[in-house]
Design a protein around this ligand. Structure first.
Ligand SMILES: [Zn+2]
Length: 66
């Protein structure tokens, strides 16, 4: 279980989307848009899911087949 650190002291700034620095995508931990602050989403191969509300966010993989 990825429960490393729970609410750290003080407020934690929210970073919504990944930031692209230089030539690589910095994969920060996504926070659930539904649950909001403090609820991180589990990262899968090409999607992120929230274990709390079940929200799933698909990421665009290089293998985009439709
Ligand atoms: Zn959620």
């Amino acid at each position: 279980m990825p429960s490393k650190e729970k609410a750290a002291s003080g407020e934690v700034s929210i970073y919504k989307f990944y930031k692209i620095e230089n030539d690589k995508v910095v994969r920060g931990r996504r926070e659930c848009p539904r649950c909001g602050k403090g609820v991180f989403m589990a990262e899968h191969k090409n999607r992120s899911t929230c274990g709390k509300c079940g929200f799933t966010e698909f990421r665009r993989a290089d293998d985009s087949k439709k």
